[in-house]
Unconditional design. Structure first.
Lengths: 336, 477
């Protein structure tokens, strides 16, 4: 790749409607935030504009680190992405497995009309994607080895739309696998049952549900604009303020609101927390091991060391259990 | 090999200088490989005649013409009135005739002027029946040999209207043509000429092919196999698209190698599987036509370089190597065809289902579906007429495709009764049959490793994956 092409590729994300930071979505978020400040928060015009483009946020040490990670990760992506499992490989493999199944007599296709199939596929892809995001996100917080990686994202002390790229490259690989498996699974199953009738309902080439979520201000999740929804809606959809609360260092906010788009999963699995006024929240992490979360060493190397330590701890745990099991073989009454 | 080429280059150059070989002199595509199949000099020792070119495969071209004409005739039924005469006429092309029969196809089309008008102008006394694979044809109901299957299809085709039997869904022109290409051309080439006839003591190179012939045993064995393949002598000089257009009679410039304004069927036309190879190759993913044709040319120059002596073990081993390249790629061409038409049948059923759901007229789509099914079935039977026993692959393929297409009343041919009439039984669902087509496609990929994959129904998954977009940038939702 030529240097010029590389520079272009960096900015591609802003022009691709499949990406969260697509310029159109950023603009939509800006408009929503503006109206919220004016009409709900009763800010003056001047005050609202100063708040939207708050230099304390965008020029903070934390945000500058976001930008560095964004650029550095683009280079990683360039080299790593061709090696990653794609949803097509997953889909084809699952599909081929399904072909091995012999059904005596069955029927599909004529039962559902094409619009129904397309709607069902679009919905299923979205739901499974969102659900697996919830699960993986939960694991990221619960397993020490994964938390070592995910901490990079949580070390942001100010949130901006670019903070979504504040992600350790290893974590990026985990996310990419999740996406490949969940989308591949839905593609294979739908294709198996409905064949050529399967299609995705799109707006400007994007899943209509993803598009709606993004136009509805998804970028505000990672921002300093704490928009809160009505209480009942926060059971279903995660509000920007609910996600900002997820980034809070207060202990009562730990392991809450893992959801990406839907709050439903948090509600179902007991991790839901309604939003609070985000101005009182302190964001980031309390971690005595890392003196400076905003340096490249802190962002790239420390997580790797801690990830390794986490893995070793797991290995040792298994080893110890096996050791005990072997030691007490034949003398099981003394097994502790 | 390069030594050989140089050796042959010298012969070729000398021949050109003498001007004895006429217009199409020996050509080299890029200074390395020979690019035309012939002319090749006479190498037969002690030959005293005046012939300068030892290449001869007119008998095979005559059979291509018999096949093309037979296919055309198979669609001429008028519903029963002309059944007897049509059957007799078809049998004259299939089983041979004392009369000098007209070439029904390929015939002149626009400025595509065919040089020969009758079969005997190419070669006389030829038939298809004597060269049809005589093993059991497992894919067709009735436990018959190849000739029995073709004869029974001809009899039934004669009674139909336009070759199509609505009651069974059989499209006879397609079934007869696609099966005959395998049972005659493919079988004769890979299972006879490129197989036992390459043995040292079978048609040795040190003797004439038969008494009085001006070509050696191995020269003619190789030529006959090439003739069945169906490429034009100059196919290697043409792109896949050009070869395709020659077969379709759309590019007279590409076809007319010697520029005499006439297309000589004996050397300038593309027939049968060579045509199908070009149809896949023009997609750019494969090069079956050039791979196979080049192997034929290389094998033939190897034989020529032996100078009329018996081939050494090493030379024969090299020749068997070329034969193996030809055989495996030829098999792939037929597997690609099975793959393609399984995809067509799949798509046709989609259309039929839509029309049934909206109560629209399905008759036209049904006919197209049956035509594609006939091609699928014909190619599937053809691929089983080769040299290798396909074992489980054949069993699976036959079972997945079945004895007949699923008909609009949800029945399907299931066998023949004691009178030889087709019996029908309740069929599986349309959806399940579509799944069978996908399995056939997968089977072709797994068993033969094909690459062109026209009408790949699984490729739709790739489109869906594209629509969903990649997921490889590190983003934290």
């Amino acid at each position: 790749m030529q240097p010029f092409e590389f520079i272009v590729s960096i900015f591609e994300n802003f022009l691709d409607p499949k990406k969260r930071v697509f310029i159109g979505y950023l603009f939509a978020a800006l408009i929503i935030a503006f109206f919220w400040l004016i009409f709900y928060k009763k800010f003056t015009l001047n005050h609202a504009i100063r708040k939207l483009f708050d230099q304390k946020v965008f020029l903070s040490k934390s945000s500058k680190a976001d930008f560095s990670v964004f650029f550095i990760n683009r280079i990683f992506t360039l080299f790593v992405s061709p090696l990653l499992l794609t949803q097509l490989v997953v889909a084809t493999s699952i599909f081929n497995l399904l072909l091995l199944v012999d059904w005596a007599d069955w029927s599909f296709g004529l039962v559902l009309s094409k619009p129904t199939i397309v709607a069902a596929f679009t919905f299923a892809v979205f739901m499974l994607d969102d659900f697996t995001k919830y699960i993986v996100h939960r694991w990221m917080h619960r397993w020490p080895a994964l938390w070592a990686l995910h901490k990079v994202h949580h070390s942001a002390e100010h949130l901006t739309p670019i903070t979504i790229y504040r992600t350790h490259p290893l974590e990026g690989i985990v996310f990419s696998l999740r996406s490949a498996v969940s989308q591949g699974l839905v593609i294979a199953i739908f294709f198996y049952f409905f064949g050529n009738s399967v299609d995705l309902l799109t707006v400007i080439g994007v899943n209509i549900l993803v598009f709606s979520f993004n136009v509805a201000g998804s970028n505000l999740r990672h921002s300093h604009i704490g928009i809160q929804y009505w209480g009942w809606l926060e059971y279903v959809l995660i509000s920007p303020a609910q996600h900002q609360l997820h980034h809070s260092i207060a202990e009562e906010h730990y392991d809450k609101n893992f959801g990406a788009t839907l709050a439903l999963w948090d509600w179902l699995f007991g991790s839901l927390h309604h939003s609070v006024d985000t101005d009182i929240l302190v964001l980031g992490i309390k971690d005595k091991d890392v003196s400076d979360h905003q340096s490249l060493y802190g962002l790239y190397i420390v997580p790797l060391i801690q990830f390794g330590a986490g893995i070793m701890k797991m290995v040792n745990g298994v080893k110890n259990k096996m050791f005990i099991a072997v030691k007490y073989t034949g003398n099981w009454r003394k097994f502790p | 090999m390069s030594n050989l080429k140089h050796k042959y280059a010298a012969i070729g150059a000398a021949a050109s200088l003498l001007g004895a070989l006429g217009a199409p002199t020996v050509a080299f595509a890029d200074g390395h490989a020979l690019s035309t199949y012939g002319p090749f000099p006479v190498t037969l020792q002690d030959y005293t005649g005046s012939k300068k070119n030892s290449v001869s495969y007119t008998g095979q071209i005559a059979r291509h013409v018999l096949h093309d004409s037979l296919k055309k005739l198979a669609g001429n039924g008028d519903g029963g009135a002309n059944a007897a005469s049509l059957e007799a006429e078809m049998m004259a092309y299939y089983g041979g005739s004392d009369k000098n029969k007209t070439i029904i196809a390929p015939a002149d089309k626009g400025n595509f002027n065919i040089k020969q008008g009758t079969v005997n102008e190419i070669s006389s006394g030829k038939n298809l029946s004597g060269k049809t694979y005589k093993g059991l044809i497992a894919g067709w109901p009735g436990q018959m040999t190849g000739p029995e299957v073709l004869t029974s299809m001809i009899k039934r085709a004669a009674k139909t209207s336009g070759g199509f039997d609505v009651n069974t869904g059989y499209n006879y022109p397609q079934l007869i043509s696609k099966f005959a290409m395998g049972a005659v051309f493919y079988n004769q080439a890979v299972d006879n000429y490129l197989d036992e006839k390459l043995a040292a003591d079978n048609k040795p190179n040190g003797k004439p092919y038969k008494d009085g012939a001006h070509y050696t045993g191995k020269e003619h064995v190789w030529d006959e196999a090439f003739g069945y393949w169906g490429a034009a002598a100059h196919s290697l000089n043409l792109s896949a698209k050009d070869n395709y257009d020659v077969a379709k009679m759309k590019n007279v410039t590409a076809a007319d190698a010697n520029g005499d304004g006439m297309i000589d069927l004996k050397s300038e036309m593309v027939f049968a599987h060579a045509y199908y190879a070009s149809s896949f190759d023009k997609g750019g993913k494969t090069d079956y036509l050039s791979t196979i044709t080049q192997a034929f040319v290389d094998g033939r120059s190897l034989i020529t370089s032996a100078g009329g002596e018996n081939l050494s073990d090493a030379e024969r081993a090299e020749l068997v190597g070329y034969a193996s390249v030809i055989g495996s790629n030829w098999e792939k061409v037929i597997a690609e065809s099975v793959f393609k038409y399984a995809g067509s049948v799949y798509k046709d059923i989609d259309k039929l289902k839509e029309q049934m759901a909206s109560n629209s007229d399905t008759s036209k789509t049904f006919a197209t579906y049956c035509k594609h099914w006939g091609e699928l079935k014909g190619f599937a039977m053809a691929i089983q007429s080769g040299k290798s026993n396909l074992g489980e692959t054949a069993v699976k393929m036959n079972r997945l495709i079945g004895f007949g297409p699923i008909l609009m009343n949800a029945s399907q041919v299931s066998g023949v009764d004691s009178m030889g009439n087709f019996m029908k039984d309740e069929a599986i669902s349309w959806d399940e049959y579509q799944m069978h087509m996908l399995k056939v496609q997968k089977l072709m990929v797994d068993a033969f490793g094909i690459d062109a994959r026209s009408n790949d129904q699984i490729a739709k998954m790739a489109d869906l994956a594209d629509k969903l977009g990649d997921s490889n940038s590190a983003e934290n939702d």
